[in-house]
Write a protein that binds this ligand. Structure first.
Ligand SMILES: *Cc1c(COP(=O)(O)O)cnc(C)c1O
Length: 368
């Protein structure tokens, strides 16, 4: 059997007629940049998130960068990001002009460890970017209490967490703004780059929309120099089709995760994802942990099972951040995770038989 890591073609095949029609309509209307279909998606996604505003932009990294600028965070400011996340989170901070400060993650949830965050807070700390890594919601309650006490803003990097819920409340209800990516393999994915800012703050939404469109509010004048980061009409139309299925896909991911959990329970040298029962984990990724990661990965590859590593180097250990002079010991949890985490195949179209095959191969290798 072959089990790919993701299968975007399988998903397209289930929607081909609808998607093809949607693409044709965009071309017939020449609604290529922004316009009717992008606008429709903004309404649909704001409603899905339970938020007042959605500003669609070119990609998730821009969403983060534009929001930072919209919150007037820039040179001289510091923004704390988790040591284990995709590089886009910290890249956006640097692009805003602010300084990136890394904080270690929790050994069980792999999200920001709020109990160890305080030592990184200085008078320059303007914001913390909470990343809902792998689709597991970060501790927004704990972070919110710290933010109230120490006076910083919280930005939610929700690129992996469309549809996540904490204690019955959607992410926006914990405060915003939220930044999303619709990179093709994300839980809600376009057929190219796309992203969005979701907020209840009207002033922030208006500013971000202006900045993302060359700093233009009125047709002939530009209030300031912005950037070109808008949603393509084609991507908007494709996302309008796909968003109708998002909840169904999330429930499938959660079902797959439950099956992995039950099949992998008690396998020696293997840690399955820990989830708080109060949080709706949307399983963008299903990440296990083992000290035997490399040999297991090769074994699975030989059996036709593709896996991933998210991410192979914790951010402070990247060459790009060498100038900070961090040592791996400064971020002991993230630095250990980078050698032990393994992402198993996870996408809605996976079958029970495929999951059983993957789990059997893992057991064969680890329990021998
Ligand atoms: C994908 C991702 C982003 C960036 O999204 P792009 O659309 O690829 O720019 C940011 N943060 C996290 C955690 C991501 O997974």
């Amino acid at each position: 059997m072959k089990v790919p890591f993701v299968d975007l073609v399988a998903q397209y095949q289930t929607l081909a007629v609808e998607i093809d029609q949607a693409i044709k309509r965009v071309i017939a209307d020449a609604a290529f940049i922004g316009g009717k279909y992008a606008g429709e998606f903004e309404k649909n996604f704001a409603a899905y998130c339970g938020a007042r505003h959605c500003v669609a932009v070119g990609n998730g990294t821009d969403a983060l960068m534009i929001v930072l600028k919209g919150l007037k965070i820039g040179p001289g400011d510091e923004v704390i990001v988790p040591a284990n996340t995709f590089v886009a989170t910290s890249e956006a901070v640097t692009a805003s002009g602010a300084r990136v400060v890394f904080a270690d993650v929790d050994p069980e949830t792999y999200n920001l460890d709020v109990s160890r965050l305080e030592k990184h807070i200085t008078s320059r700390t303007k914001a913390v970017i909470a990343v809902h890594l792998y689709g597991h919601p970060a501790d927004l309650a704990g972070l919110g209490r710290l933010a109230d006490r120490r006076g910083f803003k919280i930005i939610q990097d929700s690129a992996q967490a469309h549809g996540a819920v904490i204690a019955g409340r959607k992410l926006i209800e914990w405060g915003g703004p939220l930044c999303f990516s619709f990179y093709p393999s994300k839980n809600l994915g376009a057929y190219g780059d796309a992203g969005a800012i979701v907020t209840d703050d009207e002033d922030l939404a208006v500013w971000c929309r202006m900045y993302a469109n060359h700093g233009r509010l009125a047709k002939f004048d530009h209030d300031l120099e912005g950037v070109n980061s808008r949603l393509d009409g084609l991507q908007g139309a494709i996302l309008n089709v796909k968003i109708k299925y998002l909840e169904e896909w999330i429930e499938k991911r959660r079902g797959h995760a439950a099956l992995y959990d039950s099949l992998l329970k008690g396998v020696p040298d293997l840690i399955t994802p820990k989830t708080d029962p109060d949080r709706r984990h949307v399983y963008h990724l299903y990440v296990v942990r083992t000290a035997k990661r490399e040999p297991l990965r090769r074994f699975l590859q030989d059996r036709g099972v593709a896996t991933g590593i998210h991410y192979p180097l914790a951010l402070p250990n990247l060459t790009a951040y060498k100038h900070f002079g961090h040592r791996p010991e400064d971020f002991p949890v993230a630095s250990r995770l980078q050698d032990e985490i393994l992402s198993l195949p996870m996408y809605p179209e996976l079958t029970g038989a495929m999951i059983e095959y993957v789990a059997a191969a893992i057991k064969e290798f680890l329990a021998g």
